[in-house]
Write a protein of this length. Structure first.
Length: 242
């Protein structure tokens, strides 16, 4: 039996748990398991960027998605501000015809107009008017990905642009992961993190990344910042990762 335990530890590691054992034809058969490590903190090291998936925002029309209060419209405005000085001003579109006040006020302050596309057909027509090299940024209504009707309503929009999940930092890690998985199932592959300058916990960002979303940018009070392992380690050196 001692030899079987030694083989178990050698094969599965010191954390393996022996669940059952029995003698079969003169040999010892053991059943074991490796404890889940979901409750362990995840460390980000500046010299190990490959430990998390990082990527720039897609070079395509950007469709910003997320739940209510995630910061989608604010992220749209910050992206529009970034591209305002380009040779061709950005094309800003909203598919949230019921909530225009905030976006309208911000676009007015930037000296930019925007287009309202209330459904997938209108969005297709709006996208067809984009000029070569023009950055297209699309705001969307709040979506609870666990509400099948809301999720289905977004699919025709996702099919026309590069979807990016907007998710605030500081969420419960399990909640962030479940939300990321739900949006991943809808075709989303990129994550834009908001409230990165005020969050006191960073586990939600790691959980969303582990769900299959590439980390693109972090939103702060002032602007958007491309995400990297070095930036996270430096900016969030005092943040809890649990």
């Amino acid at each position: 039996m001692a030899a079987a335990i030694a083989e178990l530890r050698l094969t599965l590691g010191e954390d393996a748990v022996l669940l059952d054992s029995r003698e079969v034809n003169g040999m010892v058969e053991v059943t074991a398991a490796i404890p889940a490590q979901e409750d362990e903190p995840w460390e980000i090291l500046p010299d190990a960027p490959a430990s998390l998936p990082f990527a720039p925002l897609p070079d395509a029309p950007l469709l910003l998605l997320g739940q209510a209060g995630a910061g989608k419209t604010t992220a749209v405005v910050k992206l529009a501000t970034r591209h305002k000085g380009a040779a061709v001003a950005p094309l800003v579109i909203t598919t949230d015809a019921a909530r225009l006040d905030h976006l309208a006020a911000c676009m007015r302050a930037l000296g930019l107009g925007f287009v309202v596309a209330a459904n997938a057909t209108a969005l297709r027509k709006a996208l067809s008017r984009a000029m070569p090299g023009q950055q297209v940024i699309i705001d969307t209504p709040a979506c609870n990905p666990f509400d099948h009707a809301q999720a289905r309503a977004l699919l025709p929009l996702i099919a026309q642009a590069a979807p990016v999940l907007v998710q605030p930092a500081g969420l419960c890690a399990d909640e962030a992961r479940e939300e990321a998985l739900a949006f991943h199932a809808m075709g989303v592959r990129h994550l834009l993190v908001t409230r990165a300058d005020i969050a006191r916990r960073g586990a939600s960002v790691l959980a969303a990344a582990r769900a299959g979303l590439a980390l693109t940018e972090a939103g702060t009070a002032d602007a958007l910042q491309p995400l990297s392992a070095a930036w996270l380690a430096a900016r969030w050196k005092d943040v809890s990762w649990t």
